[in-house]
Design a protein around this ligand. Structure first.
Ligand SMILES: Cc1ncc(COP(=O)(O)O)c(C=O)c1O
Length: 464
C-alpha cells in the first residue's frame, strides 16, 4: 500500500498555510526543495477525524494512530464515554469556579499518587505551566533559588521551561541563554553512545558523582539548591530509560541535601509506562509529580502538580491560570481514571508493552539502520542510524516515519534521531501488531532504498 499523503483535499488546506501561520511557508518550502531534486513532497497529515486508534485525513485515508495526540489520548481519539462526561459537565456548569468536581478529582489523584503520599493538588492548564509550578513550589518551600535539571529533558517551551530542558540541543535556547540564571543543567546518562567509552552503569555513576561532587563543590552551595526536576523516563528527548541506579541515586542526593525531588510525568505518567507513575518502576518516592497529557483522556486541557503535605500544605508560591481545573476538565479526568481502572488498562499496557518490546528488539539484529530499541509500556521507539556514517541520523528517522505513513501508520518524530510509537492504552491487539508490521516494512524499505538526500527535514540534527 502506498497512500498519497497529502492527497488533493489535504493539499487544498495546506496551500492556505503560508499566509496564515507563523512559519506558514514551512511545508511549501520542503515540498519545493523536494521538487527541485525530482523527489516526492514529504508526507503531511491534514486530519479530518479522530476515531479510537485511527486518524482519518482530509482525503479519507484511514491511518493507524501511534501518535495518540502526542501521547495525550490514552483511551483513543474522541473517546465517547469521556466525551459524554465532558458534555454533561459543560451543560451543568459551563465554566465557573469553585465547583465540586475539582475536589473529586483531587481526591482520586491523591488515591492513585505514588505511595498514596502526594495528597495535595494544584490544577494547571498545560504541562509547561505545571512543570514551572512545581519548581515554584520547591523554591518557595526551601527558600533556595536554584534547580538542577538534565540536558535533553523537555518540560515545555515557555522561557523558563526551555531553560530547564534542552532537548533538540542548544538551538532551542538560542538568544535566551542568559535567562538560565537559576538552572544548573547536568547531562542525562543515555544508554547509547556513551562518552569516553563508558558503560551505562558507569556513566550513571559518573553523573551522580558529578552532581554530588562537582556541582555541590564547584558550581553552587547545595544549600542554595531547591531540588531536582527529572523525567523518570525521558520521553520527548527519545524514550530513554534511566539505569536502575539513577533515580534512587537522585533520591539519595535529595535526602542528603534537603532538596525537593520533582518527577515530571507529563508524558510518561498516568499509565503510559505500564505503571500509574513511571517513577514507580524505580521504587522511588518523589515529593512532587507533574501531570498533564493523559489526565483528561486528551479531551480537555488540564494539568496538575501533586505533592506532599509537607511541601504543599502551606506554600506561598503562586501558580495557575484562569482556565485551570475547569469543570469539563475535571469531569474528563475523573472519567479517564475510572475507565483506566475499570478496564485494567495499566497492567494491560505493561503486558502488551513487554510483548511489543520483545518483537521490536529483533529490529536491532535485523536492521543495520536500527541502533537501539527502547521501551517501557507504550512508550516505544528506536534510535535510527545512517548506514553510511554509522551515526544516529534524524533524516533517516524521518524517512522511516514518512514510509510508515505512506503504508498507513502515523509515528512520532520531532527533529530527532528516534522514531517513537505511542499507541492508545486501549488499542486493539491486532491493530497494534498491524502497526508494528507497517513500521517494520517502513524500516525495511528505508534500509534498502534510502539515499541521505531523499527526505528534506529541518533539524540541526545532533545527538544520540
Ligand atoms: C515531560 C514533559 N513535561 C512537560 C511538557 C509540556 O507539556 P505541555 O505541552 O502540555 O505544555 C511535556 C510535553 O511534551 C513533557 O513531555
Amino acid at each position: 500500500m502506498s497512500l498519497s499523503i497529502p492527497g488533493p483535499e489535504s493539499l487544498k488546506v495546506l496551500k492556505k498555510g503560508p499566509l496564515l501561520f507563523k512559519d506558514g511557508g514551512h511545508y511549501e518550502k520542503l515540498a519545493s526543495d523536494a521538487a527541485k531534486k525530482g523527489q516526492q513532497p514529504p508526507p503531511q497529515m491534514i486530519n479530518a477525524k479522530g476515531e479510537g486508534s485511527f486518524i482519518i485525513d482530509a482525503d479519507g485515508n484511514r491511518i493507524i494512530d501511534f501518535h495518540a495526540g502526542w501521547a495525550s489520548n490514552p483511551l483513543g481519539n474522541a473517546n465517547p464515554e469521556i466525551l459524554e462526561s465532558v458534555y454533561a459537565a459543560l451543560k451543568q456548569y459551563g465554566f465557573i469556579y469553585e465547583h465540586s468536581l475539582r475536589y473529586d478529582l483531587a481526591e482520586v489523584l491523591a488515591d492513585i499518587s505514588p505511595g498514596g503520599k502526594l495528597t495535595r493538588t494544584n490544577f494547571e492548564i498545560s504541562g509547561t505551566e505545571a512543570a514551572e509550578a512545581a519548581v515554584t513550589y520547591a523554591i518557595r518551600h526551601t527558600g533556595r533559588p536554584l534547580i538542577i535539571t538534565f540536558e535533553d529533558q523537555f518540560h515545555g517551551d515557555s522561557i523558563a521551561t526551555r531553560m530547564m530542558g534542552s532537548n533538540r540541543g542548544a538551538h532551542r535556547r538560542k538568544g535566551f541563554e542568559a535567562w538560565r540564571g537559576g538552572v544548573i543543567t547536568v547531562p542525562w546518562p543515555h544508554s547509547f553512545r556513551m562518552p569516553a567509552g563508558m558503560g551505562f552503569e558507569q556513566y550513571t555513576d559518573y553523573i551522580l558523582w558529578y552532581i554530588d561532587t562537582f556541582v555541590c563543590q564547584k558550581v553552587a552551595d547545595p544549600e542554595s539548591i531547591a531540588g531536582i526536576i527529572a523525567e523518570p523516563l525521558l520521553s520527548e528527548g527519545g524514550n530513554w530509560m534511566p539505569h536502575p541506579k539513577f533515580m534512587p541515586g537522585l533520591r539519595k542526593l535529595c535526602d542528603k541535601y534537603g532538596w525537593v525531588f520533582i518527577s515530571d510525568e507529563v508524558l510518561s505518567g498516568m499509565g503510559r509506562s505500564g505503571k500509574w507513575w513511571a517513577i514507580e518502576h524505580d521504587d522511588v518516592q518523589p515529593d512532587l509529580v507533574v501531570i498533564g497529557k493523559h489526565l483528561t483522556g486528551g479531551l480537555e486541557p488540564i494539568a496538575a502538580v501533586i505533592g506532599t503535605d509537607e511541601i504543599l500544605a502551606e506554600n506561598d508560591g503562586h501558580s495557575g491560570s484562569t482556565f485551570a481545573g475547569t469543570p469539563a476538565g475535571c469531569a474528563a479526568g475523573l472519567k479517564t481514571i475510572e475507565i483506566m481502572k475499570r478496564d485494567n488498562l495499566v497492567s494491560r499496557t505493561d503486558q502488551l508493552g513487554k510483548r511489543c518490546l520483545e518483537r521490536m528488539k529483533a529490529w536491532e539484529r535485523e536492521f543495520e539502520i536500527i541502533g537501539q530499541v527502547r521501551g517501557r509500556g507504550f512508550l516505544l521507539g528506536a534510535t535510527v542510524i545512517n548506514k553510511d556514517t554509522g551515526e544516529p541520523d534524524a533524516g533517516v528517522a524521518l524517512a522511516v516515519v514518512n514510509e510508515a505513513l505512506k503504508r498507513g501508520a502515523w509515528l512520532i518524530w520531532d527533529n530527532e534521531t528516534q522514531i517513537r510509537l505511542y499507541p492508545a492504552l486501549n488499542i486493539d491487539e491486532d491493530l497494534l501488531e498491524k502497526g508494528l508490521t507497517i513500521t517494520e516494512e517502513a524500516i525495511r524499505a528505508v534500509e534498502k532504498n534510502y539515499r541521505s538526500s531523499d527526505y528534506p527535514f529541518w533539524t540541526t540534527g545532533i545527538l544520540w
